[in-house]
Design a protein. Sequence first.
Length: 270
Amino acid sequence: MAKEIERLLKGDGMMKYVVMEEKGDITHISLDRAAKYNALNKEMLEELVETVKHTKNSKAKVVVLSGKGSAFCSGGDIRMMEDFSDKVYFDGVMGTIKELVMELYTMPKIVISAIHGAAAGLGLSIALTADYVIAERDAKLGMLFLGIGLLPDGGGHFFLQQRIGIQRAKQFTWGMQQIDGQQAKEIGLVDMLSDEEAIVTAKGLAEKLLKSPLIAMLKTKELYHSREKESLASFLSDEQQAQWELRQTQDHQEGVRAFLEKRKPVFKGK
């Protein structure tokens, strides 16, 4: 079934980084770049957008997001950022991110994200688009953009504000905190803790939801999200502009160099 859907999305070509499986009324979307901890590059983001758009128009009632390998998603691929000096390329990637996040947020289905291992940066922003966020106790969640002199994107500001409030969101971001699933549940960043594999708990929740009055549930989602989507779109646009400005700073250039050289960055506030 997954291969048939891949052909539908990409003609005769096979998707490289995203796996989609439709099982009855549940669609499973998995990030599949395990060797890179599911770090998101341009091609992977584009595949994910197409997959999500297909799912949005499918008969599925529940969508489960997860990651293959040892992590949910470690964030944006740092090597992709090396090409961000090209404004056209930068705007194209950021436009894809905006489209992805808006499609997930307005999804007329119940969306569940299942976090294991790392959910960092853009990966965490994507996980937080879900209606239910499930994390394993030893999962590691953090925004971590500051480590390369950038700020959260993918609507990170919007989702953190909604879940933990502005003051805590600022300090969570500025402190480059990487908290485990237990801590994330305690502050309201995630909705459910899993003592088994998060994907197992997510599948169980999905099956339970199918026995619920989903039409009524989705009306509640629509009422809330329809009023907030303009705010999310505004955050995404402002994040894009701010990210471009930060791209020009010495601190960002130092952060990227330090990451690639596997050393601690020396920031100067410039």
